[in-house]
Design a protein around this ligand. Structure first.
Ligand code: TYM
Length: 328
């Protein structure tokens, strides 16, 4: 049986290189290997406070970003979650085989509850159930995500097993698909993952100019043991080196390792080279993005076609699920 790939991303504003190297770059490559569905998960993003007036633009912006990164609507289905009602329908059904104890253990729920203590809503609690519905609706088995989503996928697998046991084999068990960029750390605190919520200086946006990247990297954390330029460093312990590994070629990596370990180069030299190599990766994406902005109607059409294709598959699954539940 052909394996299906599904992944989702929230329209929360700017994309950063954590999203890109942790997930999207992988999606682009995997399009060659699997039939893919990529979803802008707007229902997930309303579980935390947001600007209502900005939402429709954020969704469209994200779709443009994804296409600019290389998601090809001719090969893959790109759509908006709320345009396919079966996502929430299946989420309700799956919530009846999900244990509250399991949901209570979710790290993201604990973190977001702390961050938004004024609004700990049931949607935030049930977030992973909707994620399970996203995936199972298309019977997807391959789910490329960053490391922070692995716990949610373990829960999806548990929900799948429980559902299949109770109602008969319906869904395959999906697996996370990770790469070396699965956990990109914040520029200002290398113990935290890169996230938009830790302030502008902590992340590099896909839309950042070379100057901005240089500025953000100039103040970014390095190997804490290297206090002076004349101190030898330990590149493998340095967040800047980890970022180099994502974008720099063998020659540049050797130059950085040797230069740092023998104190032949300073952190600023290393960061300048990183900025140059990072921007080389981002520039073509930024250029394609500018082209797409001129034709937002075309992007809206792509999303409408994607929703139509997704709805077709989703309706079939819901009919099958309802029959299994004795609800048809
Ligand atoms: P979201 O929108 O928070 O993030 C999108 C993707 O980016 C990855 N990511 C990172 N990877 C490495 N390092 C980082 N610092 C970093 N920050 C973000 C995330 O792991 C994710 O893969 N719940 C999901 C969206 C979702 C989904 C799904 C994913 C909804 N339904 C079904 C897969 C399958 C999320 O919060 O993504």
């Amino acid at each position: 049986m052909t394996m299906i790939l599904f992944s989702g991303i929230q329209p929360t504003g700017l994309l950063h290189i954590g999203n890109y190297f942790g997930a999207i770059k992988n999606w682009v490559d995997l399009q060659k290997k699997y039939p893919c569905l990529f979803c802008v998960v707007d229902y997930h993003s309303i579980t935390v406070p947001y600007q209502i007036k900005q939402m429709s633009n954020r969704v469209l912006d994200l779709a443009m970003d994804l296409i600019a990164c290389g998601i090809d609507p001719k090969k893959s289905i790109l759509f908006i979650q709320s345009a396919v009602p079966a996502h929430t329908e299946l989420a309700w059904i799956l919530s009846t085989v999900t244990s509250i104890g399991d949901l209570n253990r979710m790290i993201q729920f604990k973190e977001k509850s702390k961050e938004h203590s004024e609004n700990i809503n049931a949607g935030l609690f049930n977030y992973p159930v909707l994620m399970a519905a996203d995936i199972l609706l298309y019977k997807a088995q391959v789910v490329p995500v960053g490391e922070d989503q692995v716990q949610h996928l373990e829960l999806t697998r548990e929900i799948t097993r429980k559902f299949n046991k109770k109602f008969g084999k319906t869904f395959p068990e999906p697996k996370p698909y990770l790469t070396s960029g699965a956990r990109i750390m914040s520029l200002t605190d290398d113990k935290k993952k890169m996230s938009k919520s830790h302030g502008e200086e902590s992340y590099i946006a896909l839309s950042d100019s070379l100057k901005t990247i240089e500025k953000k990297l100039a103040i970014a954390m390095t190997d804490p043991a290297r206090k002076r330029r004349t101190d030898p460093g330990t590149p493998k312990k340095c967040n800047i080196y980890h970022l180099h590994q994502l974008v720099s070629n063998k020659k540049d990596l050797e130059y950085v390792i040797d230069g740092c370990a023998k104190a032949k180069i300073g952190c600023l030299d290393c960061k300048k080279l990183l900025a140059k190599n990072l921007f080389k990766e981002l520039k073509p994406i930024q250029e394609k993005r500018k082209q797409l902005e001129k034709d937002s109607e075309k992007v809206k059409k792509i999303l409408a076609q994607g929703a139509e294709q997704a709805n077709k598959i989703a309706k079939k699954t819901i009919a099958e699920v309802k029959a299994k539940l004795g609800l048809a």
